[in-house]
Design a protein around this ligand. Structure first.
Ligand code: NAP
Length: 310
């Protein structure tokens, strides 16, 4: 089955990852794009999803790469037109809007695939398998990257519903909710929001595992020099370390030393999964990472940080 696909929101991640992954997957034929300012060479381009759905009515599916704020209306339009839908992380600006979208997709009999690209990094499944029978004693997440490198000029990310430093931080939460043999809950935190902005540029969150073990999350968007995306899980049987955003796994310091950049296999694996879901109109929506961010916003105290300009 060839899936006639439209893409919505032609920005950094669409160009860096989605377009190459779609081009390399024989199950997909990219036939249309919708973006207010951008276009994709060689295919029909429209300013809005409504225009795309009207202009190319025989689309089978839509991949949505816009920021989370305002994405719900786009997903609703696609579902209402009977299209299968894949969405970038975070799946929405709120938990409740995504719950509603999942219900709409079920009622319409179409796929809703809420992707978590970091769960596809090459060390993640092996980490989950190793931890499956272990007793966790602590979890530490340190996600430190340079907003100017990874999100150049993206004012939306520090706006309302932009997630701020939780935009990358939710990737770490998507990994730990996949690999830990115990659920995590949020206890307290601090959100450092630049003066005049709405979303945090740094955050710390204290968590607790279901078995009582402590968890700590440190997120920083102002990291210059070496970037780090690290998760350390202490257990009674040894220490598991995932570095490079889930790509590099070691146990007690021993293991693969891949390193360097993100795992280029993440997006090809997401599109392979979408191609699996579409024929049966299957749904894959796990809201636990988004729920943890929402809970951090509920209990954390706010600190006014220095103003930030790109
Ligand atoms: P981006 O470069 O700003 O691209 C998003 C595009 O969506 C924009 O270029 C814009 O194109 C369109 N858009 C539609 N409505 C918009 C609105 N209200 N505000 C801003 N843009 C709007 O952002 P991105 O980095 O690609 O991120 C998009 C999504 O991908 C986010 O959910 C992010 O978490 C996720 N993601 C990003 C990265 C990364 O490294 N940057 C990595 C993985 C996942 P038009 O102006 O043409 O409409």
């Amino acid at each position: 089955m060839t899936i006639r696909l439209g893409i919505v929101g032609v920005g950094k991640i669409a160009r860096d990852q989605h377009l190459p992954a779609i081009a390399a997957n024989p199950h997909f034929d990219l036939v249309a794009a919708a973006s207010r300012h951008a276009s994709v060479d060689g295919i029909a381009s429209f300013a809005t999803i409504e225009e795309m759905l009207a202009g190319v009515p025989d689309l089978d599916a839509v991949s949505i790469c816009t920021p989370p704020g305002g994405r719900s209306d786009i997903v609703r339009a696609a579902i209402a037109a009977g299209k299968h839908v894949m969405i970038e992380k975070p799946p929405g600006a709120t938990v409740s809007e995504v719950v509603a979208l999942e219900q709409l997709a079920a009622d319409a009999g179409v796929t809703l695939f809420a992707t978590w690209h970091s769960r596809e990094a090459s060390g993640v499944d092996a980490a989950r398998d190793w931890l499956a029978d272990k007793q966790v004693t602590s979890v530490a997440i340190s996600w430190r990257e340079d907003i100017r490198v990874w999100h150049p000029g993206q004012d939306w990310i520090l706006g309302p519903g932009g997630f701020g430093v939780f935009d990358p931080g939710i990737n770490a939460l998507s990994i730990v909710t996949k690999i830990l043999p115990t659920e995590l809950s949020v206890e307290s935190g601090a959100l450092h929001v630049p003066d005049g902005r709405e979303s945090p540029i740094a955050a710390t969150v204290q968590m607790r595992c279901g078995n009582g073990a402590p968890g700590r999350v440190d997120l920083d968007f102002l990291q210059t020099g070496p970037q780090s995306w690290d998760i350390v899980v202490e257990t009674t049987a040894g220490t598991l370390t995932l570095r490079d955003g889930g790509k590099t796994l070691s146990i007690d310091g021993k293991g693969a030393a891949e390193g360097g950049g993100i795992d280029e296999g993440e997006y090809p694996r997401l599109y392979a999964r979408f191609a699996e879901l579409v024929p049966s109109a299957g749904r894959d929506v796990d809201l636990r990472p988004l729920q943890l961010v929402a809970d951090a916003y509920l209990v954390a105290h706010r600190v006014v940080a220095d103003p930030f300009e790109f």
